[in-house]
Design a protein around this ligand. Sequence first.
Ligand code: DQA
Length: 147
Amino acid sequence: MSGKVLVLNGPNLNLLGTREPDVYGAETLDSIEANCRARAQGLDLELEFCQTNSEGQLVDWVQQARDTHDLLIVNAGAYTHTSVALLDALKAIALPVIEVHLSNIHQREEFRHHSYVSKVAVGMICGFGGFGYEMALESAAQLLTKK
Ligand code: DQA
């Protein structure tokens, strides 16, 4: 394996498929996960894929990742725009972070233009729907081989 990647999904992403399909598309989180698993296998990455609606759970998972993973892919949902706690946790563990959003947050409401996660992310992929997660895995593989 060339690395262990943790994909963290925040609030309301469990509703993908039925949630505002005009914004987020028809794909479910399960189908995004399945595509990620196939992609990760091809890239020789070990993948863990989680979702929670709770900010504290996200912080706990980030803290635990310090000892178990090499890189984080994070779609923190609405906590992207609000959570200093998540930012602090990401800073504390100092693992590379790739930020993902299904929608292009810069074309949306003003309050979505700011991201706390971006403060620590190597880069951000947004606007490509579920395929953005696969792009992030490709980037992860490259970052981890450069390490
Ligand atoms: C999102 C964008 C956020 O602004 C929103 O709160 C989400 C989903 C995205 O993937 O496009 O829940 O992170």
